[in-house]
Design a protein around this ligand. Sequence first.
Ligand code: F6R
Length: 366
Amino acid sequence: EKGGYDHFMLKEIFEQPHTIYDCLRGRLDAENGNITMSGIQKYAEQIINANRIIIIACGTSWHAGLVAEYVIEELCRIPVEVEYASEFRYRNPIIHKGDVIIAISQSGETADTLVAIEKAKEQGAIILGIVNAVGSSIARASHAGAYTHAGPEIGVASTKAFTAQLAVLTMAALTLGLQKGTLERDKYLLLCKELAAIPEKVDVILKLDSQIKALAEKYKDAADALFLGRGYNFPVALEGALKLKEISYIHAEGYPAAEMKHGPIALVTEQLPVVFVATKDSYHEKVVSNMQEIKARKGKVIAVITEGDTVTPTLADDIIVIPPAHEVVAPMLSVVPLQLLAYHVGVAKGYDVDKPRNLAKSVTVE
Ligand code: F6R
């Protein structure tokens, strides 16, 4: 059942080249620059003309929503708000007829997300569901949407569903941006190709498994860890911290790297591992200077960086080198080493990574 892997979580991490490919297949034709997403296209006019998009989700799916906020605002120039479903549903939220809500859920059964969209629907919002489980409650409660087609996710920690969510949301942003005219055709074509190249690049990253396992051994006794990133990689830092927390029970926090100096930097000591998601993008120089701030305080820096980067290796204690990619699609790559890191730390500590304590795969209670 686990296909030769020790755990479902590892199997699902390793499935990602295929699951992302399956998610793109039949929708993205990068050669000819075509994206087919019937659910999104049906509501394209309304989405393009919406005053705002509200993304509603929980946990890892909420992190995918945060990445989507950056991508949709950049490519479609539509204001996006990302909400925790549990907060949104109880807040008497302001919804206007025609507002567009995107609900993101692996299971399609998360109670808070389901109730939140039902409430918004009553108030006239258009609900788009980005869901993995076919025929699930959230899929049925949505007006339209797109399935992530990642296959059943058994490990409690979400991995392959997250990268598939990003793939779907990126395709949607690309097609809407092109139709709206906020995304130029040349850039659209480039990004289609960048997206199509993700599965093979994930494959390259998976070859780092034994290196990441060794890193996990080195840092497994840390009491705390920080995960930092900026821009498209900020939500990846949050996701890296969540994965480590739930699987290894090490207290971890994710932050936008520049927020360090507003408080958390007080935590930095020689004992603290600080994981930087520092791939080459438009934020890179700024991230490098944040890394210097941590090194100056003797924190242990582990950096996920892009092939060919000669600067960060001189600052970091350990590096994980991944293939280059356009910043819009980079989170689908930069999250993979963090999934592996959490997995190997959990295993090194002897924990049941497929069934972490206190957690359920699908949270059907509020
Ligand atoms: C973390 C994790 C959870 C879920 C959250 C939402 O690894 O799995 O944080 O992401 O419970 O679940 P779905 O996506 O099923 O709505």
